[in-house]
Design a protein around this ligand. Structure first.
Ligand SMILES: Nc1ncnc2c1ncn2[C@@H]1O[C@H](COP(=O)(O)OP(=O)(O)O)[C@@H](O)[C@H]1O
Ligand SMILES: N[C@@H](CCOP(=O)(O)O)C(=O)O
Length: 320
C-alpha cells in the first residue's frame, strides 16, 4: 500500500487547474504499490497523470534535485517521468498539506519475475542513464552509505537481527568490518538511481517503457548502481541465483556503457555492499513496522541469503 494521505475530488480538480491543458477530472485511483510516498492515478479527459504526495521519508528540500535529474534524463530521450510544470513554471506544489507533483504517466507494467531479455534491456538502460549522467552536474549525498549502514545496524540492534534469522546480526557485524577494509574509495562516481528493482522498471512485453522512482538517487560509486540492479534482478523469488540473468544484465550494460578494469575487480565487494544495504533497510522496517500497519515490510532474509551467496561466489561465476 502506498496511500498515506487522502485527497478529495475537489482538491484534485483545483490542483489540476494549476496546470495548462490538464483537462477535466474523470477519476482518482489510489495506487497500492510502492512504500515511500502516496501515489494516485489521475485520469482527465485529456490524459492520465501520476499524482505524488511526498511523505516523511523524502526531504522536500531535495525535490528540486530529483526534478532536475528526471528533466535531464528525459531531455536525452530516456524514458523517465518528468514532473509537469504549472502555469507559473513550478513543478513542486502543496496538496493536502504535503509537497506534491503531477508526474507524467508512463505506459507499461512492472514484472515480479523478469525474464533474461527484460534483464538485459534493464542493463542497457542503466548504462544509457550512466552515460547521460556523466554530464549532469548536480549532486546529492547518499544518506545510505557505508557510514550510515553502521548507524542503521546499531539502531536496528545486532541481537534483534539475530532474532529475524539465526546469525544475521553476527554476520552483519563481520560484513561491516569487511566493507570498512575493502570498500573501494577511488572508483568513478556519478549520480546513480540506487534502487533499480523490477518494481521500478515498466515493460510492454520485453520492450522497456519506463524507469521510475528516482527518490534514492544520489552521488555514489557508479558501478555500485549496477551491483544493486544485479542483486535485485539476478535471483528468483526463492533467492536462487539466475546465471542467465546475470550474463544478460552485464551484456546489456556493456552495450551502452563500459565498466573499467578497476570496477570489474571490485564488483564482488560492491555486490556485498548492495546486499548489506537492502538487508539493513529491510531489517529496520521489519522490526519497526507495527503488525497492524497497512504497509507489508519487505523481507530482509532475501538479502541475507544473497549476501551469503556473494561471500562464496567466484568472479568467474558472476556472468562477466
Ligand atoms: N510515472 C509513472 N507512470 C506510470 N506508473 C507509475 C509512475 N510512477 C509510479 N507509477 C506506479 O506507481 C507505483 C508506485 O510508485 P513508486 O514510485 O515505486 O512509489 P514509492 O516511491 O512509494 O515506492 C509503481 O509501481 C507504478 O505502478
Ligand atoms: N527497493 C527497496 C525498497 C524501496 O521501495 P520502492 O517501492 O520505493 O522501490 C527494497 O526492495 O528493499
Amino acid at each position: 500500500m502506498a496511500v498515506y494521505t487522502s485527497v478529495s475530488d475537489e482538491e484534485v480538480s483545483s490542483f489540476l487547474d494549476l496546470y495548462p491543458d490538464s483537462g477535466r477530472l474523470l477519476s482518482i485511483k489510489g495506487i497500492t504499490e510502492g512504500v515511500e510516498n502516496s501515489n494516485y492515478l489521475i485520469t482527465t479527459d485529456v490524459r492520465s497523470y501520476i499524482l505524488t504526495l511526498y511523505e516523511k521519508r523524502v526531504n522536500p528540500e531535495e525535490l528540486p534535485f530529483f526534478m532536475a535529474l528526471t528533466d535531464h534524463l528525459a531531455a536525452e530521450n530516456l524514458p523517465v517521468p518528468k514532473a509537469w510544470k504549472s502555469h507559473d513554471g513550478k513543478q513542486i506544489q502543496t496538496l493536502a498539506g504535503r509537497p506534491a507533483c503531477l508526474i507524467e504517466f508512463l505506459q507499461g507494467r512492472w514484472t515480479p519475475t523478469p525474464n533474461a531479455e527484460q534483464t538485459r534491456a534493464t542493463g542497457e538502460m542503466l548504462g544509457k542513464m550512466h552515460k547521460s549522467l556523466t554530464h549532469f552536474s548536480e549532486n546529492r549525498k547518499n544518506s545510505l552509505d557505508l557510514e550510515n549502514w553502521h548507524i542503521l545496524a546499531e539502531k536496528c540492534g545486532f541481537e534483534a537481527m539475530n532474532q529475524i534469522e539465526a546469525h544475521m546480526g553476527d554476520e552483519v557485524k563481520k560484513e561491516l568490518d569487511y566493507l570498512d577494509e575493502f570498500w573501494p574509495k577511488d572508483l568513478p562516481r556519478s549520480v546513480i538511481h540506487a534502487d533499480l528493482f523490477p518494481d521500478n522498471v515498466l515493460f510492454e512485453g520485453d520492450s522497456l517503457k519506463g524507469v521510475i522512482d528516482f527518490y534514492f538517487a544520489c552521488t555514489e560509486v557508479r558501478a555500485w548502481d549496477l551491483a544493486i540492479t544485479y542483486s535485485a534482478w539476478c535471483f528468483d523469488q526463492e533467492n536462487h541465483f539466475l546465471a542467465d540473468h546475470a550474463k544478460a544484465l552485464i551484456k546489456g550494460y556493456h552495450q551502452s556503457f563500459a565498466l573499467t578494469e578497476e570496477e570489474r575487480a571490485a564488483f564482488i565487494v560492491l555486490l556485498r555492499g548492495a546486499a548489506l544495504r537492502f538487508l539493513l533497510t529491510r531489517a529496520w522496517d521489519w522490526v519497526n513496522t507495527p503488525p497492524d500497519a497497512l504497509v507489508v515490510p519487505k523481507d530482509p532474509r532475501d538479502f541475507f541469503k544473497r549476501l551469503r551467496f556473494y561471500r562464496e561466489a567466484s568472479f568467474e561465476s558472476l556472468g562477466f
